[in-house]
Design a protein around this ligand. Sequence first.
Ligand code: IPD
Ligand code: CA
Length: 298
Amino acid sequence: MEVVPESITPARPVPTPEQITELRRVAVHLAKTAAAHVRLRRNRFRGAAGALRADAVQSKSTPTDPVTVVDTETEELIRTLLADLRPGERVFGEEGGGTVGDGSEIVWVVDPIDGTVNFMYGIPAYSVSVAAMLDGRSLAGAVADVAGDQVYSAGLGAGAERIGADGTVTALRCTEVEQVSMALLATGFGYSAERRARQGRLIAEVLPRVRDIRRIGSAALDLCMVAAGLVDAHYEHGLNTWDWAAGALIAAEAGARLRLPAAGTVSKTGELVVAAAPGIADELMNLFDELGVSEPVP
Ligand code: IPD
Ligand code: CA
């Protein structure tokens, strides 16, 4: 065995359980506060039929990839709160940009509205996602289900829970499913037509091998649903770090096995994210290898 002298081993910061608890507390506070803001502002920009007014929406990477005024202002709100609660710490957000840094300091990874298309149409499946990462690992995270008025959270090594609208706290556990053929999978699609065409071809291979597939429309919520045992697994190609930084930790702390890109990997590389209940994880990863799902879909 090669012995690496301590002096040349890269110093990897080790957070204490107390620090993780505090990061989780802040993540929950931010996600809850931001969710209340999103609820309020949705009413302000609602058109007569319930969908968001067209003048509140613009497009981003493709004409079907929306950003609303509420996405932008909610991320600004989270950044302002963080500057006050955690002065000097880095933020990496879907709308305001940033990076995961060099791994030596905490970075807050923020998706102000995950499920923006649902938010626009008024489908009640959109969320606010906030995670504290260090050296490419999520230490704490919270995902607020805005319409359901509930918050999922986890701390590394500290478990995962859901706080309901009435304050009821429920510890989260994945399902005990043992066969992929009996598994309910959640997935999603990117915004580019080319990626979608390839994702469609892969889903045609996966669908006959599982119980069924759901496309709910918020990857962060899909991952929380794996944690809560509402689906058995989630997979998607080309997610951004802010889509999974909180939800993947929540799923893992509820027992899920993960396959993740390195933090900071950009969507266009098309790498695969998987979170699976432990009883099907090996079988599902093997099936994905066999069907070519494990390959990136750029
Ligand atoms: C999207 C949602 C969706 C997933 C897309 C994401 P956004 O995030 O998570 O479920 O399939 O890949 O881009 O655009 O609503 O923040
Ligand atoms: Ca997102």
